[in-house]
Design a protein around this ligand. Structure first.
Ligand code: GGG
Length: 353
């Protein structure tokens, strides 16, 4: 029997609710095929309040030993500033483990009525490839003359040819396995250095993929087109910030931000990849047991796929589609009145059935 060691970081808010639900589904899906050994790390905002840090100084060394990381959510506003929580836990993992690509599928699941009146599951089926370690989240900048009227803050985006190339190449490879269309998103009319480099790299890499058609869009035009004609998108590659924003729009098109998953992938297997729902800690509903676990369950299916447990991953995805198609056991964000645990139990029933 195959064995995998998974580091679990439920994190903050609803992360503590949806991740245990996801673990139960994954356990059921791999039963008889693989053993998942979970180690739960209580890192996040509570840990910060107790210790002054979001994770211990050797946190990354501890995580490195695992086959994968399963993470819930990070953030406890307004008690702790968001930049403290994000830069204390999630971003260091992405950067230190070179998780250079963030895969975010945006797909309208069967049975769910999205906000776009005339668009169904056949129209909303795209995958975002988000650059994940630099760009606008590079962490380069600073503040001077703090607290004075002359205060200046700089936040510098960083685009390296090496990183843009490998992210774009990943997106082309993915497009080849799908409908063979890639959209690259920048704002290179206004941002004339990093984003112009990005456009150049896309044109260069495209020469190796003559079978993939390429469209380059400015981010504002892309946002409008996602609403007006989402069927025009297949694989989309974008910078750290732009793809983060557009995948929240994508979550809205799916009917709830509780649905989209994400996979933060390492270039090779030297480091564990990290799997998380796109949503954050949702303090407004945390502790009520009504958070939608689908994003976490789907992220878990991506983790199983990454670990080579293809049939278990496929069974989870089929069960999620059956769940939304039957539309009986859904959390309030999707118009239902089920709890997080009831949804997870129904998914388990469906995948066993
Ligand atoms: N699911 C992890 C989480 O808390 N996401 C919320 C968030 O703001 N993430 C920032 C990012 O993905 O860069």
């Amino acid at each position: 029997m195959q064995q995998f060691r998974i580091a679990v970081i439920p994190g903050d808010g609803i992360g503590k609710e949806v991740i245990p639900a996801g673990q139960r589904v994954l356990e059921a899906a791999v039963a008889g095929q693989a053993v998942l050994t979970w180690q739960v790390f209580p890192w996040g905002s509570d840990y910060y309040r107790a210790t002054g840090a979001m994770m211990p100084p050797d946190g990354l060394d501890q995580l490195r030993q695992f086959d994968a990381i399963y993470l819930g959510a990070v953030g406890d506003p307004p008690r702790i500033p968001d930049h403290v929580t994000l830069w204390g836990l999630l971003l260091p993992i992405r950067k230190r483990f070179d998780l250079f690509v963030n895969v975010r599928p945006i797909r309208l699941l069967p049975g769910i009525r999205g906000p776009l009146r005339d668009k169904g599951p056949q129209d909303i089926d795209m995958v975002f490839i988000r650059e994940n370690t630099e760009g606008e989240y590079a962490g380069v900048g600073g503040r001077v003359h703090e607290g004075t009227p002359h205060e200046v803050a700089l936040e510098t985006a960083v685009f390296s040819r090496f990183n843009v190339q490998r992210v774009v190449r990943y997106a082309f490879e993915l497009a080849r396995t799908r409908r063979k269309h890639l959209t690259s998103i920048t704002k290179s009319n206004a941002q004339r250095f990093g984003m112009v480099l990005w456009d150049e790299v896309v044109r260069e890499v495209a020469r190796d993929y003559p079978d993939v058609t390429v469209t380059s869009l400015l981010v504002d035009a892309a946002a409008a087109l996602m609403v007006r004609a989402p069927e025009r998108f297949d694989v989309i590659v974008g910078s750290n910030l732009f793809a983060d924003i557009l995948t929240d729009l994508g979550g809205a098109l799916m009917g709830s931000l509780g649905l989209p998953p994400s996979a933060n992938l390492a270039f090779d297997r030297r480091y564990p990849s990290l799997f998380e729902p796109v949503h954050g800690s949702a303090p407004d509903i945390a502790g009520r047991g009504i958070a939608n676990p689908i994003g976490s369950i789907w992220a878990g299916a991506m983790m199983l796929e990454h670990l080579g447990l293809h049939s278990a991953a496929a069974r989870i995805m089929r069960a999620l589609e059956q769940l939304t198609q039957e539309g009986k056991v859904l959390t309030p964000d999707l118009g239902g009145n089920a709890t997080t645990d009831e949804v997870a139990e129904r998914v388990i029933e469906l995948l066993m059935g």
